[in-house]
Ligand binder design. Structure first.
Ligand SMILES: Nc1nc2c(ncn2[C@@H]2O[C@H](COP(=O)(O)OP(=O)(O)OP(=O)(O)O)[C@@H](O)[C@H]2O)c(=O)[nH]1
Ligand SMILES: [Mg+2]
Length: 301
């Protein structure tokens, strides 16, 4: 135990490159929500990986993008904050998209924060070997990194090697969290994320991005089941119509998919009571943003 290694490792990159998928891959289980649509992650979320020789506190972040509203600004700020003072940054690049303008923006942020960086070229299953090498070459000219890795978060290819290298680059030190703790976020937040993921999966265009989910409470019933009322906020009444669907078909589908996953997470029968409310321009309003992204503390710093 004396030479346990421990430290903080932040994942950054443009939206949709597979940051959250990589964290899930390291844990070989789903801790973070993932979707094929960009800007899925809205928070800085810590996931704590503990084994016999190390404790790695992975910090997932929202994809770096040009903010178009207050929520976007808060997301960008969360990502920038999350690279400060950490032991290592994983700069994740999508092999299919390559090293473009958004990566230059990330590189600038990392250079300003003087981060020790590993370049992670993910989604290598989507491209030929030659393209991977070209991305690496281009990245090498445009930013500084200690090492580069090729990964596929879906199959787990390259993740063990990366995990071992991360450990070797962490200082010796104590555990920061209890060894059985997996995330620093409250259960109510995890539940709201699962609901949000189903909305990302089932709705299109601007609807998922205009949606926030707040779990109002988690109540234990006398029969041992859990009653979880939650509110889905949208920005317009037309979006409310879409989220509810014809004769309530959409909200039912969201609820069914979310409930199955929440029951697995909580290992308990759950009654998920979803309501949809319109809150005009909530993405400009701090109250909902702060509740939804659960980062009041971050904003104060
Ligand atoms: N083919 C392939 N798809 C991947 C890989 N890694 C992730 N994906 C897919 O890419 C999409 C985005 O993955 P996420 O993990 O949500 O990406 P992210 O970087 O966290 O995105 P934001 O939270 O929006 O910043 C999902 O559809 C994933 O299934 C990979 O290695 N190969
Ligand atoms: Mg994500």
């Amino acid at each position: 135990m004396s030479n346990l290694r421990s430290g903080f490792v932040t994942l950054v990159g443009r939206p949709n490159v597979g940051k959250s998928s990589l964290v899930n891959g390291f844990f070989q289980r789903k801790l973070l929500i993932v979707s094929e649509k960009p800007q899925t992650t809205r928070n800085r979320i810590r996931c704590i990986y503990t084994d016999n020789d190390a404790q790695i506190v992975f910090c997932d972040t929202p994809g770096i993008h040009e903010p178009k509203h207050r929520l976007g600004e808060v997301m960008l700020k969360a990502a920038i904050q999350a690279v400060k003072g950490v032991d290592l940054v994983l700069f994740v690049v999508d092999a299919a998209k390559g090293f473009g303008k958004p990566e230059m923006q990330v590189a600038q942020i990392l250079s300003a924060a003087r981060c020790k960086t590993f370049l992670v070229i993910n989604k290598i299953d989507l491209v030929e070997e030659q393209r991977r090498r070209l991305i690496l070459e281009k990245a090498g000219k445009r930013c500084e990194f200690q090492k580069a890795f090729f990964t596929c978060a879906i199959t787990g290819h390259g993740l063990n090697t990366l995990l071992e290298e991360i450990k070797e680059n962490l200082p010796e030190g104590p555990m920061f969290y209890p060894e059985n703790m997996l995330t620093d976020r409250a259960l109510s937040f995890q539940v709201s994320e699962i609901v949000r993921e189903k909305i990302f999966l089932l709705t299109q265009e601007e609807v998922p991005h205009c949606t926030a989910v707040i779990v109002d409470s988690i109540q234990k019933r006398p029969n041992g089941t859990l009653y979880i009322p939650a509110t889905i906020y949208v920005e317009r009444s037309s979006q409310k119509g879409i989220v509810i669907g014809k004769n309530g078909s959409m909200i039912k589908q969201i609820g069914t998919l979310a409930r199955a996953e929440i029951e697995e997470l909580l290992d308990c029968k759950v009654y998920l009571d979803l309501h949809v409310k319109v809150k005009k321009k909530w993405r400009e309003k701090d109250f909902i943003i702060l509740n939804e992204v659960g980062m009041r503390d971050d904003l104060d710093t």
